[in-house]
Every structure is written in C-alpha cells, then in structure tokens.
Design a protein around this ligand. Structure first.
Ligand code: T46
Length: 176
C-alpha cells in the first residue's frame, strides 16, 4: 500500500495495492502488520457501515476522551467528500482539516487518529461507507460540530440538496 501525507501530519491517505486481472480485481482492505509498520500501532475493535443517498451529510462527529476513536475509513460503493477536523487543543494544526474524495473507484482510505471530528457528504446515491474504529461506540460521549462552522472554512461540494439530520443540524459551531 502507498501512504500519502496530508496537511495534518497524523492524518494519512492510503492507496491500497490493487491486483487486476480478467476476472476483476483484488486488494487487501486491511492488514494489521502493514498498518502498524507504515501508519500507526493501533488495534481496531469495531467495524461500521452505512448507506447514504446523494446529498446526505453525516457529521461532524467525535467522542470525548477517554472514548475517542481513531477511524480508518473507505467507500465500498459510490463516493464521498470526507472531512477530518483536528480538535486536539494542544495540536499545531488545531482547527485545521483534511478533506479528500473517497470513492469506490479510487479505493482510497483515510486514517484519522483519535482527537478528530469526522464527517462526510455522500456524492452519489447508494454510497456505502465503511470504517474501523479503535474504540467502541459510546453514545454518552458523542458530540457533534456543525458542518458549516465558519471558522473551519470547509469547502463542501455545492450539491443542490444537502440532507442533514436534526442532531447534526442543531450542532454547535466550532470556535477556537
Ligand atoms: C456510530 C454508531 C451509531 N450507532 C447507532 C446509533 C443510532 O441509533 C444509529 C445511527 O447513528 P448515527 O446517526 O450517529 O450515525 P452516523 O450519523 O452515521 O454517525 C457516524 O457519523 C460519522 C461519519 C462518524 O464518523 C461517526 O463514526 C458516527 O457518528 O446507529 C451504533 O449502534 N453504533 C455506532 O457505532
């Protein structure tokens, strides 16, 4: 796999090795040894999967310490505009974000360590998003940041209808 740096040192884009032949293609979607050697020494405890219609925006979500989750995210079908916001107050990149298009075609993955708010905008119908987390879901510690927080300057794709649920629509805005 190829590991690509982003504007935030701890956040990495992963391009898996894809082996194509006349039958189709094969790739390792997860390899513990390779991940620990090339990215970070982490154990994952939960796999999540969601299906979103075009225009659905989920996030920006995070769990407060000690329930913060690292996430290894990717798209199985469709495509998303994926965003990770650094909310680690001691970080030099506090308040900055990484945005990357993850698609079934490009097979890119994004490693988002603990201490980030995460969300995505589905760019196609039937977008299946799947991710591994380093911590279990903990509803009581879950928080949301408003996806349109002005100070974050996230340049979301301008889809005609963006569908955000009540929880995310009423999220608080990020402020330094
Ligand atoms: C996240 C989660 C949710 N749930 C239950 C709670 C709700 O009854 C239902 C839907 O949850 P929610 O609306 O929070 O799902 P998303 O909006 O996709 O949340 C995710 O959105 C962004 C993209 C993230 O990065 C987070 O991992 C996660 O918060 O699934 C569980 O049972 N386990 C879980 O791990």
């Amino acid at each position: 796999m190829k590991v690509i740096d982003t504007a935030i040192p701890d956040v990495k884009i992963i391009e898996p090795d894809v082996f194509s032949d006349e039958r189709g293609w094969f790739m390792e979607s997860w390899n513990h040894k390779s991940f620990c050697k090339q990215i970070a020494n982490r154990e994952f405890v939960q796999d999540n999967q969601s299906l979103s219609h075009r225009g659905v925006l989920r996030g920006l979500h995070y769990q407060t310490s000690p329930f913060a989750q690292g996430k290894l995210v990717r798209v199985i079908t469709g495509s998303v505009f994926d965003v990770a916001v650094d909310i680690r107050k001691s970080s030099k990149t506090y308040g900055r974000h990484v945005a990357v298009e993850l698609t079934a075609e490009n097979k890119k993955m994004l490693w988002i360590p603990e201490g980030f708010a995460h969300g995505f905008l589905a760019l196609e119908d039937n977008t299946i998003f799947t991710y591994k987390t380093t911590g279990y879901y903990n509803k009581e510690s879950e928080r949301s940041l408003h996806w349109k927080s002005p100070v974050l300057n996230i340049e979301w794709p301008s889809l005609e209808d963006i569908n955000v649920n009540e929880k995310d629509s009423s999220a608080h805005f990020f402020n330094y």
